[in-house]
Write a protein that binds this ligand. Sequence first.
Ligand SMILES: C[S@@+](CC[C@H](N)C(=O)[O-])C[C@H]1O[C@@H](n2cnc3c(N)ncnc32)[C@H](O)[C@@H]1O
Length: 210
Amino acid sequence: MDRQLEKYILDHSVTEDPVLEDLYRQTHLRFVNPNMACGHLQGKFLEMISRMVNPSYILEIGTFTGYSAICLAKGLRSDGMLITVEANDELAGFSRSYFIKAGVASKIKSITGRLQDVAPTIQEEFDLVYIDGDKREYIEYFMLIIDKVRPGGFIVADNVLWGGKVFEKGTKDQQTKGIIDFNEMVRKQKNIENIILPLRDGIMLIRKTL
Ligand SMILES: C[S@@+](CC[C@H](N)C(=O)[O-])C[C@H]1O[C@@H](n2cnc3c(N)ncnc32)[C@H](O)[C@@H]1O
């Protein structure tokens, strides 16, 4: 996003929650690829979406250090639950400590493992799914979870513009190809409707119609 535009948007949006600000800073101090954390703008957007849907069950694919999980959990019903799946087994202790600081730990169930391995053990029907794992695997995630989304439920997929690389048809880069193929696949799906928003790295909103 253009820097001036981003500054204007930040200057005219609510300020960042201090717990999330600390989580973001610690993520940058202690982990590789810290820019994977969604950060304030997108995090607040996810929180708003979640509050609008007011879900009973949310599924997140790709916890990383927990920033987006905390934002999504804020919109849950009082008896709701967010299940977040993370392949890297070194992150659970850190993310859990921030779930506690943010006051949402009792509403978040963390599963360590690849979505492909743990999906069969997940029985809940979801009102909202957030896809933010490996870009090469987005189609796999979609196929694994679509039957677990309730009719009328939503899927939010991150990074669907992939820094503008989606225009590079014929690319050999597997992550870019993964996103291009995912966007094409969604376009051809029946029983869903979708829109891409140009926020940050591109966010796709998908609604399951039937
Ligand atoms: C972009 S980061 C997630 C960022 C996080 N949602 C946030 O906004 O703070 C992607 C994460 O997905 C995890 N991941 C990759 N492949 C996965 C898979 N197959 N199942 C579950 N997690 C996966 C990675 O280990 C990484 O931590």
